[in-house]
Design a protein around this ligand. Structure first.
Ligand code: CU
Length: 250
């Protein structure tokens, strides 16, 4: 029984270590890269702590299982100072790591993220029940379903270029979410949140969703994200322009 339990725990530990040692898959965007790297970093800290705590727990249970008269613990200042400092160091490491990722500008929307004139800006607008993507510089509007001024099309993103997505809504709450690119942002009425990213794998497509339950048609609010080379992006934009697509932007 004892050996069985130790064997099971060892197996669990090895599995965790293997998970931690696995190299991160090639990131699909700068945002995805930041998030995956942080996960990896935190795992390097979490796995040894888990093994240490579980090890002490199992050792204690096995070692003292026949101890009928447990002695009360005594104050041990050195031990208390040690675990206080160790915890503080770990929290500091996690805090600094997380802050660097969150504050980088490529993970969450902050006031400081403002595109300059030459940046690719896409207005991503949610409504019941579709998404529209307006390319300010190209005067093109694509949508997850066609409409009067909207051609049906994916969210087309040029690769290896900073892209700014202005997330907004025409009616009520929705949420823009592309898990594989690491993108998620609420679409809040009366507000516009700007998120920034740089997709790194041209030729790939990704599934996007609405991630905030918004009514009967919520499950239809899906869209495709297509990452293409910068040349192809410009070509496709000209095609959409000449294809009679009239953007509603003035
Ligand atoms: Cu929804």
């Amino acid at each position: 029984m004892k050996q069985k339990r130790i064997a099971a725990m060892t197996l669990f530990g090895v599995a965790l270590l293997a998970l931690a040692a696995q190299p991160a898959a090639a990131a699909d965007s700068t945002t995805d890269d930041l998030i995956s790297s942080l996960n990896q970093e935190l795992l390097y800290v979490a796995v040894p702590i888990t093994l240490l705590v579980e090890g002490i727990l199992i050792y204690t249970v096995v070692r003292f299982k026949d101890n009928d008269e447990a002695k009360p613990t005594r104050e041990n200042r050195r031990l208390e100072i040690t675990w206080t400092i160790a915890t503080a160091v770990i929290l500091l490491f996690v805090g600094v790591g997380a802050y660097n990722v969150m504050g980088s500008g490529d993970v969450i929307a902050t006031e400081e993220i403002q595109p300059s004139e030459n940046d690719e800006v896409i207005n991503v607008t949610a409504e019941r029940y579709r998404w529209t993507f307006t390319y300010e510089r190209h005067n093109v509007t694509l949508g997850s379903s066609p409409g009067p001024d909207v051609s049906e099309g994916p969210l087309l993103i040029p690769a290896d270029e900073q892209v700014y997505l202005k997330i907004g809504t025409k009616d009520w709450l929705h949420a823009f979410h592309v898990p594989e690119l690491g993108l998620k942002q609420d679409a809040v009425p009366g507000q516009q949140h700007i998120i920034r990213t740089e997709a790194t794998n041209p030729g790939n497509t990704y599934q996007g969703y609405c991630a905030e339950y918004c009514g009967q048609g919520h499950s239809q609010m899906m869209f495709e994200v297509e990452v293409v080379s910068q040349e192809e992006f410009e070509e496709r934009m000209s095609e959409y322009q000449s294809g009679g697509n009239e953007s509603s932007g003035n």
